[in-house]
Design a binder for this molecule. Structure first.
Ligand code: 5GP
Length: 206
């Protein structure tokens, strides 16, 4: 593989409850893709059905702090009382192997990635309406009223960060949103600055 054939880093954010996780799973369920999901680390307790190492790496605060101190996280943020972060080694290894790496992270973390890896692609998922978002957050109902309100407040603040992203994707239906993300990835690959080296190499060979 040529040196320049590093994979694309795709950062997906959006207000809590917008359905990022569902859209991401729909992307990964598609037949043909070259995507790899970066499993985050968190100090949040597992929700019912969540599996360590698949949904998150669940750790305590001391362990998380140790990763921060050791420089093992590409980014991290505190979100509604818990830490969340992206293990850097996995992301680097997969990008070097030419894979498209998907991060599903909140806004503060995404902005840290923007600083460190400016050629990543930043996608912000929005709900079709604010009402739809509240319904989603309430229906999840695995959390107390207080947490639901905190998440709704946080979501409203996060809405205002959409302008910091390269693309906005409306999650009207999960499949539509996944189609839009696939189209973005395809278009990003065709961008001149990402593809011209291959074209130039082809000219040299002829
Ligand atoms: P939840 O508790 O609902 O699983 O996640 C809460 C928020 O943390 C979501 O917006 C989710 O995208 C975000 N998140 C998950 N993993 C990471 C991570 O590694 N870094 C950052 N900055 N945010 C994350």
């Amino acid at each position: 593989m040529k040196l320049n054939d590093r994979g694309l880093l795709i950062v997906i954010s959006g207000p809590s409850g917008v359905g990022k996780g569902t859209v991401r799973k729909a992307l990964f369920a598609r037949e043909k893709h070259n995507l790899e999901y970066s499993v985050s680390m968190t100090t949040r307790k597992p929700r019912e059905g969540e599996v360590d190492g698949i949904d998150y790496y669940f750790v305590n605060r001391d362990e998380f702090q140790q990763r921060i101190n050791d420089g093992k996280l590409l980014e991290y943020a505190e979100f509604v009382g818990n830490y969340y972060g992206t293990p850097i080694d996995y992301v680097e290894n997969r990008l070097v192997a030419g894979k498209e790496v998907v991060l599903e992270i909140e806004v503060q973390g995404a902005m840290q990635v923007r600083e460190k890896m400016p050629d990543a692609v930043f996608i912000f998922i929005v709900p079709p309406s604010k009402r739809a978002l509240r319904d989603r957050i309430t229906k999840r109902a695995t959390e107390s009223e207080e947490i639901i309100n905190q998440r709704m407040e946080k979501a409203e603040r996060e809405f205002n960060m959409a302008h910091k992203y390269d693309y906005i994707v409306v999650n009207d239906t999960v499949e539509n949103a996944a189609d839009r993300i696939m189209a973005i990835i395809r278009a990003e690959h065709a961008k001149t600055e990402r593809s011209i080296h291959r074209y130039m190499q082809m000219l040299e060979v002829e």
